[in-house]
Design a protein. Structure first.
Length: 81
């Protein structure tokens, strides 16, 4: 369990962004008729793939360097060079 509320809020934010991107991509891939007239569907798909990739990377970074169960001292040494 994460004790730091700012860290938890950040984790929650990235998880929500991942969920949103996955939900929208699922609609685009599974039910494209539900989208209606969208002039450039591939651009929209690419936009949500980028959002998914960014949120996933940010969440993984938080978990790698700030998760209370991780070896925080080793991770901080990596940040210092």
């Amino acid at each position: 369990m994460v004790q730091n509320k700012l860290l938890q809020a950040s984790i929650d934010k990235y998880k929500a962004e991942i969920s949103e991107a996955l939900a929208i991509l699922e609609v685009y891939f599974q039910k494209p008729v539900a989208i209606g007239e969208h002039p450039d569907l591939l651009t929209e798909i690419d936009k949500y793939i980028e959002k998914l990739e960014a949120a996933t990377g940010k969440l993984e970074t938080l978990q790698r360097y700030f998760d209370e169960h991780a070896d925080v001292d080793a991770n901080k040494k990596l940040l210092k060079g």
